[in-house]
Design a protein around this ligand. Structure first.
Ligand SMILES: Cc1ncc(COP(=O)(O)O)c(C=O)c1O
Length: 495
């Protein structure tokens, strides 16, 4: 074990007391750079907060805040009672490749407040396209995706492409695809819509960003699920200071709590079919309460329906949008999860009053995915290939979930709480309240298993700890090996 000799040369430039960037952010950035530039190595021990505070000339709380951030992001790992260390090499490599930050300090040129906000949000790009490892989150068994059919449909489209497709520029996306989506949503999700209300976008994030831009101003209150999907929180946070974390329980978003915290929201973000990350389904009572609140407050609701295609209990849940009588629910869905991440085709069902503003805004932000891919997807839907794939995916994913549950109970029953999930492609394995789920996930990354810790999905103080385990894209043998690795690493951590 090497104790890092912590002089200011390692941390880089000293902290600038004149800067508008808070000192803990400066220190965080310096330490992160040192890790990424290999000036600090895997396993190096960091000085105590007290020692570093003295050396750098800041308060201990400043150092503590910087350490906590680096721990949460996986650059550092903490071992109870024995200090803080630079995370293992493999993990550091992954973060190096996948973490992007708008480098606000570069070049001396000033960036606008939104760019600074992006830096604060610490947007992390998705994993590189490696073969999926246990337990990356996916909403479909990508190993079973009918690639040959997709290739055949693509070749056919390219062979027969007419002038219209090559010069296609429908402002809301390829019309036949929008018609196919509208038909599917009406049939399977009880969404009330026509093709004219559907905009094809490249990802759910794009839809969330454009909707936030159109619907909220910098002081508008927005209800956000707590815990909730960090990327959605980010899109909202870029447009308002007032993102209010509203607790989620077994019935979904706690509407009464929301009213107590912020009685007049302008926008409400929910994942009612399968709450991300806790996995609950919003009850009908809550759905009606929520619509009622939105009507009273003249608020918009974004319904993020990211993985509802996979339901195992045979009872498809109707979308919240279908219950809405006053045109305030915006329904967002995606093919990137149920088909494949690299596809980049998602969609938004807009209330009629939003179609025009959305069309104008998307012209500047992001037009739409390539027309050829949209046409191939339209064929894939209309010819029934997607429905067939979803039927196969359900069977495979149910089996994978069972296997994961059984193995977790057998190998980790003493430590984790798990319950079967009626939908989606991941399970939450609850950990004891004092368990450091971030440190466990970092250690697991080093051991070849990807899990997301639950606690960072809280905007405020985490009230639960756990691991999110994606099983949809993980074959049975890898599910078993993955759980065995978790059991081994968790036991080591507790020794
Ligand atoms: C809750 C939730 N919404 C939306 C998305 C993103 O979908 P897309 O890949 O279409 O941007 C995800 C992806 O992980 C998600 O978990």
């Amino acid at each position: 074990l090497r104790i890092a000799s912590f002089d200011l040369a390692i941390i880089g430039v000293a902290i600038d007391p004149q800067s508008t960037t808070p000192k803990h952010r400066q220190l965080y950035a310096r330490l992160r750079e040192a890790v990424l530039a290999d000036r600090l190595h895997a396993g190096d021990a960091l000085p105590s907060t007290r020692a570093l505070a003295l050396q750098v000339g800041v308060s201990r709380n400043t150092v503590l805040a910087a350490y906590e951030q680096l721990l949460a992001e996986g650059y550092l790992v903490g071992r109870a009672g024995s200090g803080t260390f630079v995370a293992p090499d493999a993990v550091r490599e992954r973060f190096r490749r996948t973490t992007t930050h708008a480098d606000v300090s570069s070049g001396g040129a000033e960036l606008a407040p939104m760019a600074k906000m992006l830096d604060d949000l610490r947007i992390r790009l998705p994993y590189p396209l490696a073969p999926p490892r246990a337990f990356q989150i996916a909403a479909a068994p990508i190993d079973l995706f009918p690639v040959a059919t997709w290739a055949r449909l693509t070749a056919r489209r390219l062979r027969n492409t007419r002038h219209e497709l090559l010069s296609e520029r429908e402002p809301l996306g390829y019309r036949p695809l929008r018609e196919a989506i509208a038909a599917q949503l009406r049939n399977t999700r009880a969404v009330v819509c026509g093709a004219d209300q559907i905009a094809v976008v490249s990802g759910a994030h794009t839809a969330l960003f454009i909707c936030s831009m159109l619907l909220i101003g910098p002081d508008d209150a927005v209800w956000m699920e707590e815990p909730g999907y960090s990327a959605a929180r980010g899109a909202l946070r870029l447009h308002t200071r007032e993102v209010v974390p509203v607790p989620v329980d077994a019935e979904g978003l706690d509407v009464r709590e929301g009213l107590a915290l912020a009685p007049a929201p302008r926008l409400i973000y929910v994942t009612p079919s399968h709450q991300f990350p806790l996995g609950s389904t919003m009850t009908l009572r809550r759905r009606l309460d929520l619509l009622h609140v939105a009507e009273d407050a003249k608020a918009w609701i974004i319904e993020d329906d990211y993985d509802s295609e996979l339901r195992y209990d045979g009872r498809p849940i109707a979308a919240l949008q279908g219950l809405d009588r006053s045109g305030r629910v915006i329904y967002v869905g995606t093919f990137n999860k149920i088909a494949f991440q690299g596809l980049r085709i998602a969609y938004v069902v807009l209330p009629p009053s939003l179609v025009e503003p959305f069309t104008a805004a998307r012209y500047f932000v992001d037009e739409y995915p390539p027309a050829i891919n949209q046409a191939v997807l339209a064929d894939f839907l209309v010819e029934g290939h997607l429905a067939r794939y979803i039927r196969n995916a359900r069977v495979a994913c149910a089996e994978r979930q069972d296997c994961l549950l059984m193995r977790l109970k057998r190998k980790l029953g003493h430590l984790v709480r798990v319950e079967a999930s009626a939908a989606g492609g991941f399970l939450v394995a609850g950990l004891p309240e004092n368990f450091d789920d971030v440190a466990l996930s970092v250690a697991l990354g080093g051991a070849g298993v990807d899990v997301l810790p639950l606690s960072p999905f809280f905007a405020g103080r985490p009230t639960r700890r756990g691991l999110l385990l994606g099983y949809a894209a993980v074959e049975l043998a890898a599910v078993r090996d993955g759980v065995d690795t978790i059991a081994r690493v968790a036991a080591d951590m507790h020794r």
